[in-house]
Write a protein that binds this ligand. Sequence first.
Ligand SMILES: Nc1ncnc2c1ncn2[C@@H]1O[C@H](COP(=O)(O)OP(=O)(O)OP(=O)(O)O)[C@@H](O)[C@H]1O
Ligand SMILES: Nc1ncnc2c1ncn2[C@@H]1O[C@H](COP(=O)(O)OP(=O)(O)OP(=O)(O)O)[C@@H](O)[C@H]1O
Ligand SMILES: [Mg+2]
Ligand SMILES: [Mg+2]
Lengths: 251, 251
Amino acid sequence: MSVVAIANQKGGVGKTTTAINLGAALAALEHRVLLVDCDPQGNATRGLGQQAGSPNLYHVLSDGVAVGEAIRSTGFPNLDLLPCDRDLVGVEVEFARQEGWQTRLQQSLAGLDQEYSTILLDCPPSLGHLTVNGLVAADAVLVPLQCEYFALEGLSELVATIDRVRAALNRKLEIGGIVLTMFDDRTNLSRDVEEEVRRHFGPRVYRTTVPRNIRLAEAPSHGCPVLEYDIKCRGAEAYLGLAREYLGRVA
Amino acid sequence: MSVVAIANQKGGVGKTTTAINLGAALAALEHRVLLVDCDPQGNATRGLGQQAGSPNLYHVLSDGVAVGEAIRSTGFPNLDLLPCDRDLVGVEVEFARQEGWQTRLQQSLAGLDQEYSTILLDCPPSLGHLTVNGLVAADAVLVPLQCEYFALEGLSELVATIDRVRAALNRKLEIGGIVLTMFDDRTNLSRDVEEEVRRHFGPRVYRTTVPRNIRLAEAPSHGCPVLEYDIKCRGAEAYLGLAREYLGRVA
Ligand SMILES: Nc1ncnc2c1ncn2[C@@H]1O[C@H](COP(=O)(O)OP(=O)(O)OP(=O)(O)O)[C@@H](O)[C@H]1O
Ligand SMILES: Nc1ncnc2c1ncn2[C@@H]1O[C@H](COP(=O)(O)OP(=O)(O)OP(=O)(O)O)[C@@H](O)[C@H]1O
Ligand SMILES: [Mg+2]
Ligand SMILES: [Mg+2]
């Protein structure tokens, strides 16, 4: 089983869109996938047409409820969800006062090896307690990177945080890969950012890039992954390609 | 003097782009503007071609350094900057352990009435201590709203937070307006979101919408507002129109 944190403190770069659609693509390729919504915005939960209900991730992290009681099916074969909602913010406050909070998610997810081949963690746009919990629980980080200036600026900070977590809390943590998102091949900006990222991070950058494609933004309002909403669109093609490249890398 | 918090916990909706370019447009219309970068990402600082240096906002909030010592000129007439960088994250941790932290920014900005007609606060993508500090210091909130599903989903949470801050900490706080950003009139998604937001929030939604315009995403890599980078583009036109509409509302 691999646990992958989908993280980037820059907002709106495609973390949730990647978590939902890479998850669904891996599930379509017959892999058992669990998507954990670690962002109190609850976008991964809502984007799959679900409500958090109870128990959810808050109860798992705060009250020690068994993870199996909070996991729900999504209706999409091989893709399950551990949902959350705004209440998850409470964990940020509670963790600030506790010792040993860093490994709470890691401990909750232990023992799911037999049930899932991949667990994806959708992280919030910050480097706070919830994202750190995700980085400690993960084997690797998948970094969605919007091909724009502010997103590029924030990359060094994210890499520094990953290095700190690896040194102090999770020796196995590595950058599994950087995925270029919202790529618009008609603009110099996208191409310039791509060139700089590939020059700097080399083979850690996925060959597959995700184009800007309105169908990806429409699918969540229908409560389903893009593979279900419009399998022929460029967004669906990109995430299937990304899933195949991901599997090639972890094999 | 008006203090306006530019806030929305949804990531990547155009908070920083609105702070920089509305600020520059008001400055171009001969209003003295101070832009305060309240986001540890430091995007408003970098987007204006500046470095945080020292002292910066962290030192003002944490060590009580006088705000005047941290304010810098931007080179753009009538637009000054109170910069920050990653160190500002320290404030989130320190505030969690203190009483009365909510009014720290409000107190720091008091006494600037003679120098500026408008102070804009660029908030991070969260509803944590820094954003609450911004909401307590503000007279009104300007909410940039990306015309997409996840952004719409998060609006009720933001409104609830504003109501809580008004009731407990800042009686004068109101929603100054909602600005539709990254509007793409070729897509149904943008039009559907616009229709729903105008139906629900009525006159609180600015008539001016900001179109998706690549020049807005290019300008920060040149370290200047779009008015300086390409005054003839649709992005510059939109923010000048927004500035005029804003002035008409506060007059
Ligand atoms: N490749 C794409 N093409 C077009 N729209 C996209 C694409 N990827 C994401 N989007 C849309 O862009 C917006 C931001 O994406 P998303 O919410 O997935 O980012 P995020 O990093 O999870 O944001 P946050 O930082 O708030 O968690 C959403 O409205 C989403 O539907
Ligand atoms: N109207 C627009 N047209 C095209 N690109 C835009 C527009 N507004 C903002 N952008 C670009 O979209 C990205 C997100 O915008 P921005 O960083 O201003 O959002 P934000 O809400 O401040 O993000 P965060 O939540 O991380 O603080 C940036 O790369 C920016 O340059
Ligand atoms: Mg997200
Ligand atoms: Mg910003």
